[in-house]
Design a binder for this molecule. Structure first.
Ligand code: ANZ
Ligand code: ZN
Length: 847
C-alpha cells in the first residue's frame, strides 16, 4: 500500500506553523555549548523558482537541526531572501512592472515551495533584504564603514555597454559582451564609491586558520587576496644619451636578488610617467600602442599564451647595482593595477620577460646557476647566484636579504607587500538596490545622512531605464535627488548610486538573530547568545566573493565593537552540484532528453535511431533535463524528495539526478508505513528475547549507533542505508516490539519529518516529536551473540571460555587449549584426542 503523503504532509506543515514548533528562543538556562546556529545560504528569488539544488543543502541543515534539537540543543535555523538584484530590474525595464512587485511575487512562490518541503525554519525570523526595515541597517553599516574611512570616492573604470548606454555589473558581461544586446563591452571611467577591503587583507588571510572550512575554499580565498612579499626599487631615469633626468621609476619585484640580470624595464601603457618617458621620435608609436591596449581586457593582456607586444619609449633607466643604462619599454603584459605598474625585466629567469626579450632582441643575462641555456629558454627554478658580484654563491633567501640591505643603505629600495585583492567597487548605476545614504553639499562636501533619518527609502520611479550618463535611474527623480544638507541646511543633492547585490547578504545572518529590532541592527546580548554561525551550508560558487565580503563587513563590525566574534561562519560546507543525465552521440554532441527512447536499458535517438551513451550533464533548458522539484514533491511527496536527495551520495560531491532512485526511496517509505500498520508488541527489548528477535535487536542497536554517528557527521546517505537494513529485517516479523519501533521512528524523523510525526502520533503520542529525546540503546546489543563453551577433560568439566556462538571448530580447539584448566590438567600428560562439538563444547581425552 502506498502511504498517504498527500494528506500527511500538509497536515504536519500546518501543525508546525500553527504551533510555531521551531521558534527559537534565547533561553539563558541553555549553556553556550548547547546552542547551535545552523545557516543556509538564502536564495535569490528568481522567476524560475526553486531548483532541485536548493533542497539539497536545505535538507542537510534541516536534518542536522532537527537532530540537534532532539539531542537537547537550542537551535537557531532561519530562512530569508536575497531580494535586491538585476533580474527584477531588467524585467522592470522590459515590462514597466515595479521590481518590488516581481520580487514579492517570486518570494511568495519560493516560500510556498520551501514550506512544501517541511523544513524546520523559525519563520518568524524571515527577512527580505529589499524591505526598508532591513536595508535601513545595510545603510547604517555602510555609514559605519564611511565613518571609519573605509568608504571613499574615486574615478575608476566600469564595464560599459556603448549600445545600451549603461554601466554593467560583472555578472552581466559574458565573455566580453553585453548579456542584453551582445555589443562588445568597453570600460568607462566613472565616479564610484569604493570600500577599502584591502585594509583587511592580512586579517582576512590570517583568520582563515581558525576556521573549519574546506581547505579548497581557504586556498581560493588566499589566492584571491594574493599576498606577495617583495621590494620596491627605484631606478634613476636617463635620457637617450644616458644622462640622469632627475626622475625615478619605481618597480615592484619579488626577486630583487636578480637585479644584476635586469636588462630592460617595462611600464604599463597607463603608467603616469609615460608622457615624460616618451621621446619625440617614439611619440607616435607609443600613442598608437596605448590606444590598442585600452581595448583589451586584463585577461587578454596577461594571457601567458599570447605573443608579447610592446614599444620602446626612447628613454633609459640606470640599473642601481652596476650603473648600466637599460631601455624602458611600454608593454601591456604589465598591469597598472598591480604593484607600481612598472617592472624590472629579468629575461633569463622570468618566462614573460624571456619571450619579450627574444621578440625584441634584448640581452639575456644568467644570474642564477641554470640547468638550461638561458639563451634558449628561461630558467625559472632556484639556483645559486652567478654574475651578481656581491651575491655570487648565495641562495635565494640570503641573496634577497643582502640585496635589500644594499638598497636600503642607499635609500633606493625597501621591503614592500602587494595584494592581488583590489578595493571593492561598491556602487552601481542601478535602481533596484539600497540607496547609498550620502548627500553631496556644495559647501560641506560629502555628508552622511544622519542615522535617525534611515532608512533612506528607494523612491518609486517611472522609468527603470538607465540614464545613459552612467548614473542610476534615481538621478532622474529631481524631487528625491534635491535635498537639504544635513550639516548646513543648504541645498544639496543625494548620492544616486545604489549598493551592489552583495551588500544585503554581507550581514543577513546577524539580522536573523533579531529581525524586528528597530533600535539596532541586532541586540548585542542576542548576538553573543547565538554567534558565530556553527554551520553554514551552500553552493561552492560563493567560495570567494560572498564569503570574503561578509567576512570583511563582519570584521569591521567587530572593530566597531558591535559583534562579539572575529569571524562570522565557524564551519562551512559546500554541497555538491546536482547534475542530470543527457544522451551523447558518437560525435560527442548531446541529444535532449525528450528526443531519446529507452529500450532494454539502451538509449536511442528518435530521429535516426543511433544508439546513444547516457552521460552526466549540467541541468539546462536546451537539454530539457531540468528537474522540477514541484512535480517531484507532488508525485512522490516531500519526504521522498528530501530523503532521496540525501541518499544520492555524500553531501559534498556532485551527483546526477535519477528519478528511479527517488521512486526507490518512495517505496522504502511505503514499506515503513506498511510496517507501522502491523500490531506492535509490548516486549521488553532489554530482556531475554527469542533467537529471531534477539537478532533484530542486534540490528536495531547497530542502527541506533550508526544513524546517530552518521547524522552527527552529516553522512546522511550512510545513515539512510542503515535504516533500510533495519526495515528489511523488521519486515520479516508479523509484530515488532513497540519500544524498538518508537526508537526507529525518532531516528527517521529528521530525514522524513512528516512521516515521522504521523507514525509518532499512530504510536499514541499527542504532541510533536520535534523535541523528543533522541533514542539511545546500549551498544552491548551490537555485539555478536556469544556463548560459554565448557572444556571437558576425560569427561570432567575443567574449564570454560566465551566465544561467538558460530565459532568454527579449529578456533574453538585453539581457544580451549589456551584455558588455564586445559593447561593444568594436561600438564605432563599426552593429549590423545580432541573432539569439538561446534556450538556446544570441547571434549579432550588424555592419557
Ligand atoms: C623581477 C623578477 C625576476 C620577477 C624574476 C619575477 C621573477 P607576484 O608574485 O604575483 O607578486 N610584476 C610586478 N608588477 C607587475 C605588474 N604590474 N604587471 C605584471 N607583472 C608585474 O609577482 C611579482 C612579480 O611580477 C615581480 O617580480 C615582477 O617581476 C612582476 F626572476 O621582478 B619580478
Ligand atoms: Zn552642506
Amino acid at each position: 500500500m502506498a502511504y498517504p503523503f498527500q494528506n500527511i504532509e500538509p497536515k504536519w506543515q500546518k501543525y508546525w506553523a500553527d504551533n510555531k514548533t521551531f521558534r527559537a528562543v534565547e533561553d539563558e538556562s541553555v549553556p553556550k555549548e548547547k546552542r547551535r546556529y545552523i545557516l543556509d545560504m538564502f536564495p535569490y528569488p528568481s522567476g524560475a523558482g526553486l531548483h532541485v539544488g536548493h533542497p539539497e543543502g536545505y535538507t542537510a541543515t534541516d536534518i542536522y537541526s532537527r537532530f540537534l534539537r532532539m539531542n537537547g540543543y537550542n537551535v537557531l535555523h532561519p530562512m530569508g531572501y536575497d531580494a535586491f538584484g538585476l533580474p527584477a530590474e531588467n524585467y522592470a525595464i522590459k515590462t514597466g512592472t515595479h521590481p518590488a512587485e516581481t520580487t514579492f511575487k517570486n518570494i511568495a512562490h519560493f516560500t510556498e515551495q520551501i514550506k512544501a518541503l517541511g523544513f524546520s525554519y523559525d519563520w518568524d525570523r524571515e527577512i527580505k533584504t529589499c524591505t526598508p526595515d532591513y536595508y535601513k541597517w545595510t545603510q547604517w553599516i555602510f555609514l559605519q564603514l564611511y565613518k571609519k574611512g573605509l568608504a571613499y570616492e574615486a574615478e575608476t573604470p566600469i564595464n560599459w555597454c556603448p549600445s545600451c548606454m549603461t554601466g554593467l555589473a560583472n555578472e552581466e558581461v559574458k565573455e566580453g559582451h553585453c548579456d542584453r544586446c551582445g555589443a562588445q563591452v568597453t570600460h568607462k571611467v566613472i565616479r564610484q564609491w569604493i570600500l577599502k577591503i584591502t585594509a583587511y587583507a592580512d586579517r582576512l588571510i590570517e583568520d582563515l586558520d581558525g576556521l573549519d572550512w574546506p581547505e579548497s575554499v581557504k586556498a581560493m580565498q588566499r589566492n584571491w587576496i594574493g599576498r606577495s612579499e617583495g621590494a620596491e626599487v627605484d631606478f634613476a631615469i636617463a635620457d637617450k644619451d644616458g644622462k640622469a633626468t632627475g626622475d625615478k621609476l619605481t618597480v615592484y619585484t619579488t626577486r630583487c636578488d636578480t637585479l644584476f640580470g635586469a636588462t630592460y624595464m617595462v611600464v604599463s601603457p597607463e603608467h603616469p610617467l609615460i608622457e615624460k618617458l616618451t621621446t619625440a621620435e617614439q611619440k607616435a608609436a607609443v600613442e598608437k600602442y596605448r590606444e590598442d591596449a585600452a581595448k583589451k581586457s586584463d585577461l587578454e593582456r596577461t594571457d601567458l599564451a599570447k605573443t608579447k607586444t610592446g614599444v620602446f619609449s626612447g628613454s633609459y633607466a640606470i640599473n642601481p647595482v652596476n650603473g648600466k643604462a637599460i631601455p624602458i619599454w611600454v608593454a601591456d603584459y604589465v598591469l597598472i593595477s598591480y604593484g607600481t605598474g612598472a617592472i624590472m625585466a629579468v629575461p633569463a629567469h622570468d618566462t614573460r620577460d624571456w619571450e619579450f626579450a627574444k621578440k625584441f632582441n634584448l640581452p639575456i643575462i644568467e644570474v642564477l646557476k641554470s640547468e638550461v641555456d638561458v639563451q634558449k629558454e628561461a630558467w625559472t627554478a632556484d639556483g645559486i647566484h652567478v654574475n651578481s658580484e656581491f651575491l655570487d654563491g648565495l641562495n635565494k633567501k640570503d641573496a634577497i636579504a643582502k640585496m635589500l640591505e644594499f638598497l636600503e643603505e642607499r635609500k633606493i629600495g625597501k621591503k614592500a607587500v602587494n595584494y592581488k585583492l583590489r578595493d571593492w567597487v561598491f556602487s552601481r548605476q542601478r535602481y533596484w538596490g539600497e540607496p547609498i545614504p550620502l548627500v553631496h553639499c556644495p559647501c560641506c562636501g560629502t555628508v552622511p545622512v544622519p542615522e535617525e533619518q534611515l532608512p533612506l527609502e528607494l523612491p518609486a520611479v517611472k522609468s527603470y531605464q538607465p540614464t545613459g550618463t552612467g548614473e542610476s535611474p534615481l538621478a532622474g527623480i529631481e524631487s528625491w535627488v534635491n535635498c537639504k544638507c544635513p550639516k548646513c541646511g543648504g541645498d544639496a543633492r543625494r548620492e544616486t548610486n545604489t549598493m551592489p547585490q552583495w551588500a544585503g547578504s554581507c550581514w543577513y545572518y546577524l539580522r536573523y538573530i533579531d529581525p524586528s529590532n528597530e533600535l539596532s541592527f541586532c541586540d548585542s546580548k542576542k548576538e553573543s547568545y547565538w554567534m558565530p554561525v556553527d554551520l553554514y551550508v551552500g553552493g561552492a560558487e560563493h567560495a570567494v566573493l560572498h564569503l570574503l565580503y561578509a567576512r570583511f563587513w563582519h570584521k569591521v563590525l567587530y572593530d566597531c565593537g558591535v559583534v562579539s566574534t572575529k569571524e562570522p561562519f565557524q564551519r562551512l560546507i559546500n554541497q555538491g552540484m546536482i547534475t542530470s543525465f543527457a544522451y551523447q552521440r558518437k560525435t560527442k554532441s548531446l541529444v535532449a532528453v525528450d528526443a531519446v527512447t529507452e529500450k532494454d536499458g539502451k538509449f536511442f535517438a528518435n530521429d535516426d535511431g543511433e544508439e546513444l551513451e547516457r552521460v552526466v550533464a549540467k541541468m539546462s533548458k536546451s537539454l530539457k533535463n531540468v528537474v522540477n522539484p514541484d512535480e517531484m514533491i507532488k508525485t512522490y511527496g516531500a519526504d521522498s524528495v528530501r530523503m532521496y536527495e540525501m541518499f544520492m551520495g555524500p553531501l559534498t560531491v556532485s551527483k546526477p539526478w535519477n528519478t528511479q532512485g527517488l521512486i526507490g526511496v518512495n517505496r522504502f517509505l511505503d514499506k515503513i508505513w506498511n510496517l507501522s500498520e502491523r500490531p506492535m508488541s509490548d516486549i521488553d527489548i532489554t530482556g531475554k528475547l527469542d533467537k529471531d528477535l534477539a537478532s533484530l535487536r542486534k540490528t536495531y542497536a547497530k542502527t541506533v549507533k550508526k544513524v546517530t554517528e552518521d547524522t552527527a557527521n552529516l553522512d546522511f546517505n550512510v545513515a539512510i542505508s542503515q535504516m533500510m537494513i533495519f526495515i528489511n529485517e523488521a519486515s520479516k516479523f508479523d509484530s515488532i516490539p513497540k519500544a524498538m519501533w518508537e526508537g526507529f521512528v525518532l531516528l527517521l524523523s529528521p530525514y522524513a519529518p512528516h512521516l515521522g510525526e504521523e507514525l509518532w502520533q499512530k504510536l499514541g503520542h499527542d504532541t510533536s516529536l520535534a523535541y523528543e529525546k533522541y533514542p539511545v540503546f546500549s551498544e552491548d546489543y551490537c555485539k555478536d551473540d556469544t556463548k560459554e563453551f565448557p572444556v571437558m577433560i576425560n569427561g570432567k568439566l575443567r574449564a570454560k571460555f566465551e566465544a561467538a556462538a558460530d565459532t568454527d571448530s579449529a578456533t574453538l580447539e585453539a581457544m580451549a587449549k589456551e584455558t588455564d584448566g586445559f593447561k593444568k590438567f594436561t600438564d605432563g600428560k599426552t593429549v590423545a584426542k580432541i573432539i569439538v562439538v561446534p556450538g556446544k563444547l570441547v571434549n579432550v581425552v588424555v592419557k
